[in-house]
Design a protein around this ligand. Structure first.
Ligand code: ADE
Length: 342
């Protein structure tokens, strides 16, 4: 079910990746939103360039689809350097990483997505690379084993993760800079939609863009996806006219409601309200009841519900807010106590 979810911040298919890639801003000045982060990056990049040095290692963290990969590419572009991209799960053996590291030139960016999923072996291997720009590589076995110390060029590691808390402390400590990317407000998503529509040659009014923006869960990747769905719907059902009405109908027909919630969100909230009487319920138990992986709930479903205050994470488990129950047309079972929580 999760794989077909159109409101997930994760990428859906390789085809979609291509479209999303074509919409990516390539320079900081084209990047919409995250003003504070953009300012910090601007200073960082211009200072590093002024000194003729690479930027420090950077950790970007935040929910999927908010622009971590885009920012890594922008940093490389702005620095005038090359970027090599890989991911935590793709790096299986030290040899894989050794090949990548030894091919890096001065100032190159090594981008590691899902860096919280690096294996412990690779982590140990990467520490001296990050800290001292060298790797210790063991050749041969047993009595013939030798450690070869290989110097590396000064590169910048940009790590991305949806869960900073899952990074080991030693790895986290080796990043000089940490930047959190938060959900985008609707006004910024509206700008992103208007920009993407121009690039894709789609004619759309501000009002229609605003309708899509509020249903995009604060996530540019979802906004760009919904824009294309709305365009398709308008082509087939509304003479190609993307109006606020056709945009609304199109998203309703996809099961995406006025808050951007889909069936999965509503199912989760409904179960907590009706079955667990509003909570608290442990995430493991919730996963089992919904037949969903806990990781999926934590990475893909919960963050936005937490952001809009529809659920709250407590020591005893997840609780649903009175506002969320109201949104679903339900009532939290007889508790004024719950209401005062929010
Ligand atoms: N496309 C996706 N994210 C974007 C952003 N932050 N700014 C401009 N275009 C985007």
């Amino acid at each position: 079910m999760t794989r077909e979810r159109i409101v997930t911040g994760g990428a859906l298919t390789p085809d979609e990746d291509l479209v999303q890639f074509s919409l990516r801003p390539r320079a900081l000045r084209e990047y919409i939103g995250q003003a504070e982060l953009k300012n910090k990056l601007e200073i960082l990049i211009s200072a590093a360039k002024g000194r003729g040095e690479p930027v420090e290692h950077i950790l970007l963290y935040g929910p999927p689809g908010l622009g971590k990969t885009t920012l890594a590419h922008i940093i490389a572009n702005e620095m005038g350097s090359k970027i090599i991209s890989t991911s935590g799960p793709a790096l299986q053996r030290a040899g894989d990483l050794m090949g990548i590291l030894t091919n890096l030139n001065e100032g190159d960016i090594l981008f590691i997505d899902e860096i919280h999923r690096l294996s412990p072996v690779i982590e140990d291997f990467i520490y001296p690379a990050m800290e001292d720009f060298k790797v210790d590589f063991v050749v041969d076995k047993g009595a013939f084993a030798k450690v070869i110390n290989v110097p590396l060029k000064r590169f910048t590691l940009v790590g991305a993760t949806t869960r900073a808390g899952m990074l080991s402390a030693p790895l986290r400590d080796r990043f000089g800079l940490y930047y959190h990317i938060d959900f985008y407000p609707p006004a910024e998503l509206e700008e992103i939609i208007v920009r993407s529509a121009q690039l894709l040659d789609i004619s759309i009014s501000r009002e229609a863009a605003a309708i899509i923006a509020v249903r995009s869960r604060g996530t540019p990747r979802i906004a760009n996806r919904l824009l294309r769905r709305v365009r398709d719907y308008a082509t087939v059902k509304a003479n190609g006219q993307i109006t606020p009405e056709s945009a609304g109908f199109s998203l309703d027909s996809e099961g995406i409601d006025a808050m951007g919630l889909d069936q999965m969100d509503r199912k989760l909230l409904k179960i907590v309200v009706e079955y667990y009487k509003g909570g608290p319920v442990g995430i493991e138990e919730l996963g089992a009841t919904l037949s969903e992986e806990v990781d999926t709930l934590v990475d893909m479903v919960e963050p936005y519900l937490l952001k809009i205050g529809f659920i709250q994470r407590t020591k005893r488990g997840r609780m649903v807010s009175a506002e969320a129950a109201r949104h679903l047309g339900l009532k939290l079972p007889g508790s004024t106590a719950q209401e005062t929580l929010f």
